[in-house]
Unconditional design. Structure first.
Length: 260
């Protein structure tokens, strides 16, 4: 299926001629023999990520040629964990120093769905509240903090068009559900997912949560995330909202809601 090797702060997940879909740096679709998760040092401020990737892979003794997708994280690869079930394997690294919170009912905020003033138009380009979009930068205006929950999910099935993209969503949902239940946060400001499938494998037309691939992915992501979380925070004190994390965002604004 997929092999995993950790060397010099790099997790390499390998399988020949795999099709990959990445939401990380320089992401998108590619075909390569591996995908990588690279741990970066504290205070990391490199912007030439292509050159940095090549340096780190060479230092670890991995082939840096080709289009292998790569993810970056501040989490040490000592905390990487994998889980396998059925036709799926998932690898996770979990760091929560920069949680991204999404309160369903922000404190002191009214619900715009009950306000007639927020239904004057069917034009989605018009925001009747005049509210500005939330700033996506970190609170200090700098580069994103390297907390990060990274996932590499592989399946021995051949995913039909659209099924790989949907598997990214399934994996992200499973990650958010697991973290909410175990750490009180759905993720961080810099999470990323890589999905790989076998172009010569048994065809899978769909990858939703009720399919063999989707159901297995949910189980694998849940268990890999939980295991990495326990490794990274063995005392259970995660830097989520209860611990008042130093870095992160809270989306406590309200959008204008309208009938299409």
């Amino acid at each position: 299926m997929f092999d995993a090797t950790v060397r010099d702060g790099v997790l390499r997940v390998s399988r020949p001629a795999t099709r990959w879909l990445s939401t990380g740096w320089n992401g998108g679709r590619s075909r390569a023999d591996a995908a990588d998760n690279v741990s970066v040092p504290e205070g990391f401020d490199r912007t030439d990520l292509g050159a940095y990737r090549a340096e780190r892979l060479a230092r670890a003794g991995f082939d840096a040629s080709g289009d292998a997708p790569v993810l970056f994280t501040g989490v040490a690869m000592d905390h990487a964990r994998g889980a396998r079930y059925g036709p799926v394997v998932a690898y996770a690294t979990v760091g929560l120093s920069n949680p991204a919170m999404l309160p369903v009912a922000p404190e002191g905020a009214s619900d715009p769905t009950n306000d007639p003033a927020n239904h004057p138009t069917n034009d989605p380009a018009i925001d009747p509240t005049g509210a500005a979009a939330p700033d996506e930068r970190p609170p200090d205006g700098g580069s994103p903090r390297p907390g990060t929950v990274n996932l590499i999910v592989g399946t021995s099935r051949c995913l039909a068009p659209g099924a790989a993209e949907n598997l990214v969503a399934v994996a992200a949902e499973a990650k958010a559900a697991t973290l909410l239940a175990t750490a009180g946060v759905p993720g961080t400001t810099s999470d990323a997912v890589v999905v790989g499938d076998d172009p010569e494998g048994e065809p899978a037309a769909f990858s939703g949560s009720a399919t063999p691939v989707g159901a297995a992915a949910r189980v694998c992501v849940r268990d890999a995330v939980r295991a990495s979380l326990r490794s990274r925070y063995p005392d259970g004190e995660t830097p989520g909202p209860a611990a008042d994390a130093d870095h992160g965002v809270v989306a406590d604004e309200r959008a204008a809601v309208f009938n299409p």
